[in-house]
Design a protein around this ligand. Structure first.
Ligand SMILES: [Fe+2]
Ligand SMILES: [Fe+2]
Length: 185
């Protein structure tokens, strides 16, 4: 079994926690309360960096190998690289909406809610497909040599929120996640 898949799965769990933190703030927003914008900003900053720069490129490498190893397995997955580009675009759209709601008095609240939910849902859908279809196919078809080759292509990268020393700009987000994790224990 591949350590790489285990790491990608861990990324999904971390992202799932971020999206849950985001959803809690969107629920406040929907109720007409003020969300914690530092948390929403933290989710945005994270998604603009870690997944787009590290997580998705790793998956793209796995996907490339799988396409060569077993083209039939790719059909159920679809065009993963295109989906990653769409997600990056959805993330930027959420970023623009967040900037607007913070800076423009006129920006419609429903637009912010709709764009934010679209971002949240597309991330969740994408990860569910990967967990349910892509990862099992990679696990089933890739050989030990494939994984060694993929590993060699990856550079070790540090995760700014969930890595050992998290960056100061993610402090609010991290505190929120830890508080909720405690509550769920
Ligand atoms: Fe992905
Ligand atoms: Fe993923």
């Amino acid at each position: 079994m591949s350590e790489i898949l285990a790491a990608l799965h861990r990324d999904h769990r971390n992202l799932g926690q971020l999206l849950a933190a985001m959803e809690r703030q969107l629920t406040r927003f929907d109720r007409g309360e003020a969300p914690d914008y530092d948390i929403l900003q933290g989710v945005l900053d994270y998604c603009l960096t870690y997944p787009d720069l590290y997580h998705h490129p790793k998956e793209d490498l796995v996907y490339d190998r799988l396409r060569h190893r077993n083209p039939a397995a790719i059909e159920a997955i679809g065009d993963l690289q295109a989906e990653h580009r769409t997600l990056a675009e959805t993330t930027r759209r959420f970023g623009a909406a967040l900037r607007s709601i913070l800076q423009e008095a006129e920006f419609p609240r429903e637009s912010f809610a709709r764009i934010s939910r679209a971002f949240l849902e597309s991330y969740r859908r994408h990860m569910a497909m990967e967990e349910g279809t892509f990862f099992p196919a990679a696990r089933a078809h890739l050989t030990a040599a494939d994984w060694t080759a993929i590993d060699a292509e990856m550079k070790a990268q540090k995760d700014p929120v969930f890595g050992g020393t998290s960056e100061a700009r993610y402090a609010a987000l991290r505190a929120d996640i830890l508080a909720w994790a405690k509550e769920e224990d």
